[in-house]
Write a protein that binds this ligand. Structure first.
Ligand code: SAM
Length: 281
């Protein structure tokens, strides 16, 4: 008889407010044979809140490799397993990569159970243009490296979202300010879904002043969005024309517009119109 293989559920848990968990996530956590948790003591609170009795097993950065092998064996042996982290969505700056990689290699079914995530929560309320963004994890801890990290976004057409620790939030914002300038639009989410939640959208210098002006705003958990760079239309059009001049002799107007749109972050339709005009000239 063919052996039935288990499934791995990757389950998002709350980022503060324990009510932010879906009925489906709770069903899965109750029904699986085992929950692989980043910190079993931390997750015990969530388990107690919802009377979940499923056994927990520690799976974290320091035992990922070893535990992945054990968990894959259990899955192959027919057990269903849920992976959770301390907060939010597993693998988003949390352990799980090795396990997921091994599980895919072994052709074991994986099922995402979506839910809370600090970066997406802030992006959704930031009031910034976030149709195109990059998620950057945590910035480097050393100031010069951090400045280099921010400098990459000076002219970026995308929003950039990252996490920052309370120990470094002031220095980190100061570095961002020195590199990206006072007027860059940003958003900060502090203690999202918790009692002292702060959501702030303003310029970078206003945010820095706000944070250094109030010790309470330096405590807790932080996520920051740096808005896309404001484009100077005439400068941007000049850049588009320069690129089109190079690619139009080689590819079609449509292809040229696609390439230049992805390089500049500008709208394809606008570039298409400029390309058509240039062909008439
Ligand atoms: N997996 C998590 C998620 O889905 O958001 C992120 C894990 S990462 C190790 C933890 C960092 O996320 C914190 O240091 C903080 O920067 C950010 N974070 C987590 N919860 C947050 C919250 N409630 N408010 C603001 N930032 C939060």
């Amino acid at each position: 008889m063919e052996q039935v293989i288990g499934k791995l559920y990757v389950v998002a848990t709350p980022i503060g407010n324990l009510a932010d968990i879906s009925p489906r996530a709770l069903d899965v956590l109750r029904q699986v044979d085992l929950i692989a948790a980043e910190d079993t003591r931390h997750s015990a609170r969530l388990m107690a809140e919802y009377s979940i009795k499923t056994p927990l097993k520690a799976y974290h950065d320091h035992n990922e490799e070893y535990q992945s092998g054990i968990l894959v064996e259990k899955l192959l042996g027919g057990q269903n397993i849920a992976l959770i982290s301390d907060a939010g969505t597993p693998l988003i700056n949390d352990p799980g990569y090795r396990l997921l990689s091994a599980v895919h290699d072994a052709d074991i079914k994986v099922i995402p159970i979506p839910g809370a995530n600090a970066a997406i929560s802030l992006l959704s309320v930031s009031g910034l243009a976030v149709n195109s963004f990059t998620f950057e994890g945590f910035p480097p801890v050393k100031s010069q490296q951090r400045k280099d990290y921010y400098a990459k976004w000076l002219k970026s057409p995308h929003a950039h979202v990252f996490y920052e620790s309370s120990h470094r939030i002031v220095d980190s914002l100061n570095d961002a300010l020195s590199v990206l300038g006072a007027d860059r639009m940003v958003a900060m989410g502090r203690e999202i879904t918790k009692t002292f939640e702060t959501i702030k959208r303003c310029t970078l210098d206003e945010l820095y002043e706000f944070v250094i002006g109030d010790n309470n705003q330096q405590k807790g958990e932080f996520v920051i969005v740096i808005g896309r760079a404001e484009v100077d239309e005439s400068e941007a059009d000049g850049e588009i024309r320069e690129m089109l001049e190079k690619v139009l002799p080689i590819v079609s107007v449509k292809q040229a517009s696609q390439v230049v749109a992805s390089l500049t972050g500008q709208k394809k339709n606008k570039i298409y119109q400029i390309a058509l005009e240039m062909q008439k000239d």
